[in-house]
Write a protein that binds this ligand. Structure first.
Ligand SMILES: [Ca+2]
Ligand SMILES: [Ca+2]
Length: 295
């Protein structure tokens, strides 16, 4: 009980759920047959604190069924192209909702979907909710499963970019076991011009795409290193980052930049072009992992 408590007051805690969305609630009147002095058994008015729930009604539950051990939860969503998951918890007030990973999602009508799960028989009581997730990234690559569409073009030199398990340099990938490296095992060679190129990535209608990746770098500072360039689908350079990647990164570093305006709203290829001079001073080179482009 809060302010206004009196010596003979009693209290009870009750949870309830509104049947339909409500706004402008600033109090509750409880009406009962035995209490209060006002008309119709008035008992009291209480201030009510209303919590906004995850920024609006992105998902509306349209029906819930429970029979034959199956729970069925139908819903509509304001962002139907986003991923949705079914979660469950023993209590509505819990902070530990668990995803029902084996729930089956199917479309039941135009713009209406249904999750079904056979978990009903396990529980005497259980709360379920449908959660809308952010849209997936426009592009992602962790090099763990084939790096489909990535290519290497080497104009000069004997140590081209390679995709695999880095043994030299950082000794491991940033994520998993696989990454792209100027050399997976040993130093890169002199007089090298080798480009690592992404698959074609369609950025049409994306206002401000942002490129992220992780890199590890060990080359003579200022003398050799990698250029980040953006190519069109004909392989023509349409934008280039002014600073080159050079020197020693002292461990894995996160890189991110908004893709330059000249490379937006079209299909592009991302290129890391690694260039070395002709002397024998070399290093472990560059290793990159976990490319991501997001809106
Ligand atoms: Ca990886
Ligand atoms: Ca050199």
């Amino acid at each position: 009980m809060g302010e206004g408590q009196t010596e003979n007051a009693t209290s009870a805690i009750s949870e309830f759920v509104l049947d339909t969305p409500q706004s402008g609630i600033n109090g509750i009147r409880i009406v009962g047959p035995d209490g209060g002095t006002a008309s119709d058994g008035f008992i009291g008015i209480f201030e009510l604190e209303v919590e906004t729930y995850s920024g609006g009604r992105a998902v509306d539950i349209t029906s819930i069924t429970a029979s034959d051990g199956m729970v069925g939860i139908s819903f509509v969503s304001d962002e139907p192209d986003n991923p949705h998951i079914l979660e469950r918890s023993a209590s509505l007030m819990s902070s530990s909702w668990q995803e029902v990973t084996d729930a089956v999602l199917s479309m039941i009508a135009a713009d209406e979907w249904q999750f079904t799960t056979d978990r009903l028989a396990e529980d005497s009581a259980m709360c379920y909710r449908v959660r809308q997730l952010p849209p997936p990234p426009l592009f992602e690559e962790d090099f763990e499963s084939g790096a489909e569409g990535w290519t290497v073009e080497t104009v000069m030199g004997d140590t081209p970019w390679a995709i695999g398990e880095p043994v030299s340099g950082p000794g491991t990938a940033y994520s998993g076991t696989m990454a792209a490296a100027t050399q997976l095992d040993g130093n890169y060679g002199p007089a090298l011009a080798s480009s690592l190129r992404s698959p074609v990535i369609d950025l049409t209608d994306i206002a401000r795409p942002r490129l992220r990746f992780w890199y590890w770098l060990n080359v003579p500072d200022g003398e050799e290193g990698a250029q980040l360039r953006y190519l069109n689908t004909d392989g023509v350079v349409i934008a280039q980052r002014e600073a080159i990647f050079t020197g020693d990164s002292a461990g894995w570093q996160a890189f991110n930049e908004v893709i330059p305006a000249d490379a937006r709203d079209q299909a592009i290829i991302i290129e890391l072009r690694f260039l070395t001079n002709e002397d024998d001073t070399v290093g472990s080179g560059m290793v990159v992992d976990d490319f991501l482009i997001e809106d």
